[in-house]
Design a protein around this ligand. Structure first.
Ligand SMILES: NC(=O)c1ccc[n+]([C@@H]2O[C@H](COP(=O)([O-])OP(=O)(O)OC[C@H]3O[C@@H](n4cnc5c(N)ncnc54)[C@H](OP(=O)(O)O)[C@@H]3O)[C@@H](O)[C@H]2O)c1
Length: 329
């Protein structure tokens, strides 16, 4: 199958290229950039030298028409300029931006005007697999919501309140350097930001309220001075008393057919790095459960999950191209 990537110079675009190289049913035929038209893909992604002979082309529909499937890996507010045209010419799309993750009114309250709204399926594969099978447009989840929702979904119906405390590597902010990501501003530091008003909050509420419309959600993100990974510590207060054994059994059953979610006794970012796994560990405290999850934000939090969704949309085994052991240590 011929695949295109819109936004191929970015971190998630580069990660799509890395992962799709090993996909048995896919060839990447088109990679776009506005800034690097005509340049070899490997000259921007030097770690991919020897893997691709492609050159970047303009993100123009004419260049993408021959594709069967396209990933849009551009900032929110920009994907909406490409997605409707792609769907119109019969191309299936996974959009990695926020443009199609929320209902229009919520999107406009959180992100601003939406010029080209279309209903999409929210692409948290483990929760929406059956709808994704029939979808032409899948909205890939945000990186934080992926780790948070997977940490709590199995017991969401028992939850009164959950507090998500998340730590992310800096690739979550994209490839363009800023003052926030500047080395001396982050090095040997840990930085809380958007402490009570991060936009990903709305996805968490949307998805967890599918299980329990009264669940109360709090979320605070931090950045640590590493490149990959999101560690989520979820402090979960239940409405009723459940034993540790009961909760563990609920998780095992919920994720029974989910290859990419692993219940572990111990969770570390280094156990999932470079892979599409979400590791989850369960601890019982006096008045709460603490559920810890770990993902690689560029893989399960973005490009890996996007490929997992493509596999499901195409009716293929969702593991295709993604059975990669994590890079440890
Ligand atoms: N980084 C993560 O961990 C992560 C996780 C989940 C979701 N996401 C989402 O995935 C998307 C891509 O993220 P990223 O981290 O890869 O961003 P990035 O590193 O900043 O890359 C953005 C890409 O979009 C292209 N681009 C920007 N504006 C464009 C426009 N108007 N038209 C066409 N192309 C445009 C850029 O290419 P040129 O300038 O060369 O054209 C670049 O290739 C974002 O929506 C982000 O929120 C990111």
């Amino acid at each position: 199958m011929k695949v295109g990537i819109v936004g191929g110079t970015g971190y998630t675009g580069g990660e799509l290229l890395r992962l799709l190289y090993n996909h048995p049913k896919v060839d990447v035929n088109v990679v776009t950039s506005r800034r690097e038209v005509g340049k070899e893909v490997w000259k921007v992604h030097k770690h991919l030298k020897g893997f691709y002979d492609l050159k970047f082309v303009e993100p123009d529909i004419k260049n993408l028409e021959d594709c069967d499937f396209v990933f849009t890996a551009v900032p929110h507010g920009e994907a909406m300029n490409y997605v409707p045209e792609l769907l119109e010419v019969g191309i299936k799309v996974v959009d990695l931006s926020a443009d199609y993750r929320l209902p229009k009114d919520v999107y406009e309250r959180v992100y601003g005007e939406h010029k080209a709204y279309i209903n999409a399926i929210y692409g948290l594969t483990e929760i929406h697999r059956e709808e994704i099978k029939k979808a032409d447009l899948v909205a890939n989840p945000g990186c934080y919501p992926t780790g948070c929702i997977l940490a709590v979904a199995p017991i969401a119906r028992y939850v009164e309140k959950v507090i998500f405390d998340c730590k992310s590597g800096i690739t979550g902010a994209g490839a363009k350097p800023t003052e926030f990501t500047h080395y001396p501003n982050l090095h040997e530091s840990l930085v809380p930001y958007r402490v009570t008003n991060h936009r990903h909050y709305w996805e968490m509420v949307q998805e967890l309220r599918r299980f329990n419309e009264n669940v109360i959600v709090h979320f605070t993100p931090h950045v640590f001075p590493g490149s990959r990974g999101i560690l989520t510590t979820a402090h979960v207060f239940l409405k009723e008393d459940l034993s540790e054994e009961e909760v563990k059994r609920i998780y095992e059953e919920f994720y029974e057919n989910c290859y990419f979610v692993r219940i572990q006794e111990e969770v570390r970012l280094s156990y999932v790095r470079g892979s599409n796994f979400c590791d989850v560990a369960i601890f019982k405290g006096e008045d709460r459960f603490v559920i810890v999850s770990a993902i690689d934000n560029l893989v399960k939090g973005a490009s890996g999950q996007a490929i997992q969704n493509m596999n499901v949309m195409m009716g293929w085994d969702e593991r295709l191209g993604l059975e990669i052991p994590p890079l440890f240590p």
